[in-house]
Design a protein around this ligand. Structure first.
Ligand code: SF4
Ligand code: SF4
Length: 161
């Protein structure tokens, strides 16, 4: 196992910098240096007041093969979660009621997490999955005219995969 930091949750109070015995948490790019991490001693995980650090395995089991039908079903479910996220976001942006806003914001987040899980399950968020490369190639071809499409970032991603 090794520790990773969720930058979106990090409040930059630097407690993890003081507790880590190897300096793995103190990096220029804000990420924890996995090569210095002592296989998850957890000191930083317990010290972080924002719950921004968690442990990940160093190696993952190979993904089980799924039928095309299952992948299609997962994609449809992910699309439905995307629609629900948008509805909840619209509600959060327009309501004047603070409680409704809080509930809608929580729904936005939970739908996003579910979507990510569904995409991961169907192989789209696994760099080693060929489906990821196919999807990126398809997007590159589809969006040649669209100036807002992050073409260079996608090309770079393809180079790295
Ligand atoms: S202790 Fe947590 S919140 Fe503070 S800098 Fe480290 S990761 Fe960020
Ligand atoms: S788990 Fe331990 S060694 Fe790894 S980054 Fe956190 S404090 Fe440092």
């Amino acid at each position: 196992m090794h520790a990773v930091r969720n930058i979106r949750l990090c409040t930059k109070d630097c407690i993890c910098l003081f507790v880590c015995p190897t300096g793995a948490t103190d990096t220029e790019n804000g990420q924890i240096d996995a090569s210095k991490c002592l296989d998850g001693c957890r000191l930083c995980v317990h010290a972080c007041p924002s719950h921004a650090i968690f442990l990940l395995p160093r190696a993952y089991a190979t993904q089980q093969k799924k039928s095309g039908k299952t992948v299609d079903a997962l994609r449809e479910l992910a699309k439905s979660k995307a629609r629900q996220e948008k509805l909840a976001q619209d509600l959060a942006d327009t309501t004047d009621d603070p409680l409704v806003k809080q509930l809608a914001t929580a729904l936005v987040r939970s739908n996003r997490i579910l979507q990510e899980d569904l995409h991961r399950e169907s192989g789209f968020m696994l760099p080693q999955a060929s489906i990821t490369k196919d999807f990126l190639m398809e997007q590159l071809e589809k969006n040649t005219e669209d100036k807002s499409f992050p073409k260079e970032a996608v090309q770079r991603l393809l180079e790295l995969l």
